[in-house]
Design a binder for this molecule. Sequence first.
Ligand SMILES: [Ca+2]
Ligand SMILES: [Ca+2]
Length: 419
Amino acid sequence: MIYQQYPLLLLAGIMAVACAADSSKAAGGRHSTVGGTATCKPLETREPNAANQQPAFPGQTRACEDKSNVAFDVTVVARGLEHPWSVEPLPGGDLLVTERPGRMRVISAAGDVGPPIANLPKVEARGQGGLLDAALSPSFTSDRTIYWSFAEPRTGGNATSVGKGVLSQDGKILDQVKVIFHAMPTYDGDKHFGSRLAFGPDGKLYVTLGERSDKQMRPQAQRLDSDMGKILRLNPDGSAPDDNPFVGQPNARPEIWTLGHRNVQAAAFDPQGQLWEVEHGTNGGDELNRIEKGKNYGWPLVAYGEEYSGASIPGAVTAKEGYQQPVYYWDPVIAPAGMQFYTGNAFPAWKGSLFIGGMGATSLVRLRMENGRVTGEEHLLKERGKRIRDVRQGARGELYVVTDEDNGQLWRITPKGGK
Ligand SMILES: [Ca+2]
Ligand SMILES: [Ca+2]
């Protein structure tokens, strides 16, 4: 796919993304004009971290501020959760919550916090490691099966693994516990474990990973003999489906679905069954990506942003043939984790929006999505100043978020004055 270069921005006025911000002029500015017709104020007005970088197409960064003016209530359902990482609504209104040190609990809609669920395997609770995401089996109502990802302590280090078990009716015990997948290689580090789990309409389990951050590990994001920096596609028993893109290729791991990722802590299918993810970049390089089978998403060869030191990413360019461009990127970053396409009826103005947990942004990020592009951005709950680690939609269209704190909280977002 050839991406338009910046001089073609003049064409933007007649494109569907007419509201896109001209980021080269918008940095620090108030308003921008696109194609001489549409005007808008981008939400992001700070200087970018990486100076002199250009988006590959209009609207790829610094979207218009999109004030939805939705009135809502925020209920603190539970407090005292230690770095909650995942919230998963259960049928009937209870919530399954993970805490990074290695606990999983059921919390009732009324806020009764259940005990740590027994029989969870040991986790490596160090740095960014620990118990990470949880996902329900697509047939949870009949099989009560849950899946979770975690930093697994191993001989010689650790890496992300995926467990599976059956939740007892009282929500206190996991039975038939089995670790169904071990990402390889093992590495002695404490960063970039990923991960999110998402079941696709194909019944397969998609697992997002990081590349372990350290300089010597980065190149593994491009190597097919390593799971690091990949999105994986598994059968529900942990094996690799025969129709994965690199099956049968010498020295390629058959579970790999896409490559070239840095640290993916958000993934969700949209209502059309398309997988999307949001991943952590370096300074100025957080990305929203549309995930397509077998594609290369660039890291660390193609990326926006710069090193935390302020230096350029060694050898990297922002665009190159053969590497997927992000649909959207943030510079400065939001530090994303958790995402949800909103399909509920409780908030009609949000229907079709993509919600993303913002940790660095200390807000719930909402993107207006149109025709596969981002056409507006809003940062909700900013006044609360909490790092938001996950966001999920409940059965009645309410939203749940968890905050990444020592004394983390579970919040429910409902229409103002509603039930
Ligand atoms: Ca989850
Ligand atoms: Ca990328």
